[in-house]
Ligand binder design. Sequence first.
Ligand code: THU
Length: 145
Amino acid sequence: MEHKKLIQAALEARIFSYSPYSGFAVGAALLCEDGSVYTGCNIENAAFTPTNCAERTAFFKAVSEGKRRFKAVAIVGGPAEKEPETLCSPCGVCRQVMMEFCCPQDFLVILGRADLSFEEYRLCELLPLGFAGDGVKKSGEDKPV
Ligand code: THU
């Protein structure tokens, strides 16, 4: 799928952002290896820590429906009252969630703007020497990458 279509899907997901505390609305669109797309928005909470970022919303929706293999994620974000003009880079927690399910050398993180312009990065650039959990696994289930 073309990057701009994925950014467009992220912009549409951003409309549903629940961000009354920060006023910062984020949307994400996650492209699975099978071509399906899962979207997400940030969902804030009065107690602050339960807040979920848009990227994790998209990942958790996909994984909870059986998807484990991903190609790229598009992210758009900025002040809710206007269209995103600047890039929104994923937080460290979201980078670590990506690390769990994606190959850091291959997985693309596309940072988009409302005009559909973008910058793209590999996960390994955004999370160098990321913790992949080698030696942690107890069950026989293989990691997806
Ligand atoms: N946020 C995201 O959803 N994704 C990011 O990549 C950065 C931050 C959200 C969390 C919070 O609801 C708001 O943006 C301000 O930090």
